[in-house]
Design a protein around this ligand. Structure first.
Ligand SMILES: C[S@@+](CC[C@H](N)C(=O)[O-])C[C@H]1O[C@@H](n2cnc3c(N)ncnc32)[C@H](O)[C@@H]1O
Length: 265
């Protein structure tokens, strides 16, 4: 362990001992480049850096293995998979995001991965059970702002609320249950002993911190066969600081996202 040698007994990935050790860090603070048609992909607002996705995929798969993303957006996971020679399948309910993903692959001369336009709660039923080696996904935003009609102008203009209006008007409990239902279906598509990684941002709204990562982790831990193994923190260096509460209240600048790691036992 800790050596620069690949252990032939390694069943999980293609990393050497020292790469494996580095990958166990619970905080990811590497600065990822703003590249791969970032401007085009940022129409989405919730896009993830493809190289960050590639780094995660490298930890949980071997070359040639297959990754599923039931909430693919503009394809952070799919692009990451193409960068490092993995296969992937992505699903998104919004055709615009799939169209942008396809355009990006052309411009970047990358292989186009398989995509499905549709609602994952239905589309996942058509996929074969135990046919994927890893799930890397990023749950749609809980649109509390549209639930509470009191949102102010700044929040109304937030890019985050642009990218999925199908989750409007849900209570937090309804949203958590919908996410857990879809991720339970997705987990059945994982081979036994394989992992699922879920990006989820916490939220600060109207004077209250919502630890969505913890709340979703509890729901997912209740799914049969799935066990929570880690919570990685990704420090998003592209986020800027704000001073909403200054000078009377502490309001966090949300520059991190959580990545829940679960394993199908
Ligand atoms: C946070 S974004 C994913 C962003 C992605 N990681 C990327 O790099 O672009 C979540 C996506 O889930 C999609 N979505 C929401 N509900 C869905 C559903 N029921 N089935 C499939 N896709 C859904 C939204 O359209 C949105 O693009």
């Amino acid at each position: 362990m800790g050596s620069n040698i690949y252990n032939p007994k390694n069943k999980l990935n293609d990393l050497t001992g020292s790469e494996w050790k580095f990958a166990t860090k619970s905080v990811i603070n590497k600065a990822y480049p703003i590249n791969m048609q970032h401007k085009m992909r940022s129409e989405h607002g919730g896009q993830k850096p493809p190289e960050l996705c590639a780094d995660l995929i490298k930890i949980f798969t071997k070359k040639g293995q297959k990754v599923l993303d039931p909430f693919m957006g503009v394809g952070g996971t799919l692009l990451g998979a193409s960068l490092i020679g993995r296969e992937a399948l992505g699903i998104d309910v919004n055709p615009r995001w799939v169209e942008i993903y396809k355009e990006v692959t052309k411009l970047e001369h990358l292989s186009e991965q398989e995509t499905i336009i549709g609602d994952s709660s239905k589309e996942l039923n058509n996929l074969e059970d135990e046919s994927f080696d890893f799930i890397l996904t990023d749950v749609p935003y809980w649109n509390m702002d549209s639930l509470k009609k009191t949102r102010n102008k700044k929040i109304k203009q937030s890019k985050l609320s642009n990218f999925e209006n199908e989750n409007n008007n849900q209570t937090k409990e309804e949203w958590l249950n919908q996410m857990a239902d879809i991720l339970e279906k997705a987990s059945k598509k994982l081979k036994k002993g394989k992992y699922m990684a879920v990006f989820i941002g916490d939220m600060y709204r109207e004077g209250e911190y919502h630890m969505l990562s913890g709340e979703l982790a509890i729901k997912l831990s209740k799914i049969e066969d799935l066990k929570l193994k880690a919570n990685l923190i990704w420090e998003d260096n592209s986020k800027s600081l704000h001073v909403f509460g200054y000078p009377s209240a502490f309001v966090p600048s949300m520059i991190h996202q959580n990545i829940l790691i679960l394993r199908r036992d």
